[in-house]
Design a protein around this ligand. Structure first.
Ligand code: ARG
Length: 466
């Protein structure tokens, strides 16, 4: 029988796969990205096989040297990837077999099922680290804008209606909180990835006397005290894709956060708000309207978040209803993960770049925040301090607002004589409630937008971000 390229599993077949089938089933076009993880996994596996005596030390050495040589070729872009060999695992194994006779022993006590699970767990640990680094970069860029404009006040909004004044920095530090939770989420995903699948075999382990803990240690699948972490059920191990879903979830949530941040900035950059001006470098013009400067980077951030959610949905749908254990459907788990990874990194870089070039139009912010209606609640608090129950105070201030509207004047332009009839506790100093700096200074509690808290938060973030 003619031996065709598919030497890894071709033994029981008398016909080659159809070209169409090869095209349909190959994954090397995307999973070659796992080459480094795959080589690391194979080197550790070979070390373990030698450790338990299933191969000799010199076989191990020649396998490892061969893998290193292949690794260098791949890194240099000189490796001849072949779709005929389906995936990254068989491409590397076949190339190794051609150079090193002992390579025929490498797949002892291993299946591509525990192999790909291992590759992906190694990949996730690195990917989480990379995303966390980019989150940190975006946080620094935001913090720089907040610190450079620490005294700027703007209206805070609920229902997109002016609500109460806040420091712009307080608003921006809210973004740091959102992103910090994201970073912690990726930390948790990396921890969940930190269990070694090797030794689970195709689904039922192996009859050979392997040492799973040895392999786990060699690959860095260890706890904080350096003890090996190996998965505890071979069937679950090759069927489980939870970490994929968790990673995509963390990416989708970053996307949601970036999308909300983007939406704020888009509004603020509009002529209607004009709180900020966006950097030219992250905007584009219109092919028709010469005056336009469009916030494309931010709109794309909003758009990419849809894509990140789609990737998560793909993974959830892919895995639901699959019988245990491995099914080839699972090969489709990688493109959405890789895409989420790449797009999340890119989005975070673009957010950082956009913030770095951001201009704050301070005069416009001051104008917007000078609206005394923003301090209507402070007037109610003034009455509360004079002993008026809050519900009553709220009602009285409502009447003051109505009066001001009726007379076509801002709240703080009413005279004491005009408001006094509305409540006896509205004293001659009633208008002091509209002193913006005093109003901010009163917001002293943890998490509030007062200047003392703001200073504390700046100190906290400077420490956190190093
Ligand atoms: N390329 C495959 C994947 O990504 C590797 C595992 C193949 N296993 C198998 N039993 N055919 O899922």
């Amino acid at each position: 029988m003619a031996k065709h390229a598919q030497a890894t599993w071709g033994g029981r077949f008398s016909q080659k796969p159809a070209d169409l089938m090869l095209k349909f089933s190959e994954s090397v076009s995307f999973d070659r990205r796992l080459a480094r993880c795959d080589i690391a996994g194979s080197k550790a596996h070979a070390a373990m096989l030698a450790h338990v005596g299933l191969i000799t030390a010199s076989e191990r050495d020649s396998i490892q040297a061969g893998l290193d040589a292949i690794g260098s070729e791949i890194a240099a872009g000189r490796f001849p990837w072949s779709a005929q060999l389906e995936d990254v695992h068989m491409n590397i194994e076949q190339a190794l077999t051609k150079r090193v006779p002992a390579a025929a022993k490498l797949h002892t006590a291993r299946s591509r099922n525990d192999q790909v699970a291992t590759d992906m767990r190694l990949y996730f640990k690195a990917a989480c680290g990379e995303v966390i680094q980019r989150i940190d970069g975006a946080q620094r860029a935001i913090l720089a804008v907040a610190s450079a404009h620490a005294a700027v006040l703007i209206p805070g909004y609920t229902h997109l209606q002016r609500a109460q004044p806040v420091f712009l920095a307080h608003h921006l530090l809210a973004y740091l909180e959102m992103l910090q939770r994201d970073a912690e989420r990726f930390d948790a995903v990396a921890d969940h990835a930190n269990w070694c699948p090797l030794g689970s075999g195709a689904l039922a382990g192996t009859t050979l006397p392997i040492d799973r803990e040895f392999t786990a240690k060699a690959l860095g699948f260890v706890d904080a005290r350096g003890r090996p972490r190996v998965t505890q059920n071979s069937m679950d191990t090759v069927a489980d894709r939870d970490v994929f879903v968790e990673f995509a979830t963390a990416c989708a949530l970053v996307g949601v956060h970036l999308s909300r941040i983007a939406e704020d900035l888009i509004l603020w950059a509009s002529q209607e708000f004009r709180f900020i001006s966006l950097p030219d470098a992250f905007c584009t013009g219109s092919s028709l309207m010469p005056q336009k400067k469009n916030p494309d980077s931010l709109e794309l951030l909003r758009g990419k978040s849809a894509r990140l959610q789609g990737n998560l949905q793909t993974l959830l749908t892919l895995t639901k209803g699959l019988p245990l254990t491995y099914n080839r459907d699972l090969q489709e788990d990688k493109p959405p993960v890789f895409d989420s990874h790449d797009q999340t990194v890119l989005c975070l870089e673009v957010l950082a770049g956009t913030f770095t070039g951001l201009q704050i139009l301070e005069a416009r912010c001051a104008e917007a925040v000078s609206d005394p209606a923003l301090l209507a609640t402070d007037l109610a608090d003034y009455l509360v301090r004079a002993g008026v129950p809050f519900r009553e105070a709220h009602h009285v201030v409502g009447a003051v607002v109505k009066l001001a509207e009726g007379r076509g004047r801002p709240l703080n332009q009413l005279s004491h004589a005009e408001v006094q009839p509305l409540h006896p506790k509205l004293g001659p100093d009633w208008v002091s409630a509209f002193d913006l700096q005093q109003a901010m200074a009163r917001r002293r509690g943890t998490g509030m937008p007062g200047p003392v808290q703001l200073r504390r938060q700046f100190a906290r973030w400077k420490k956190l971000l190093g």
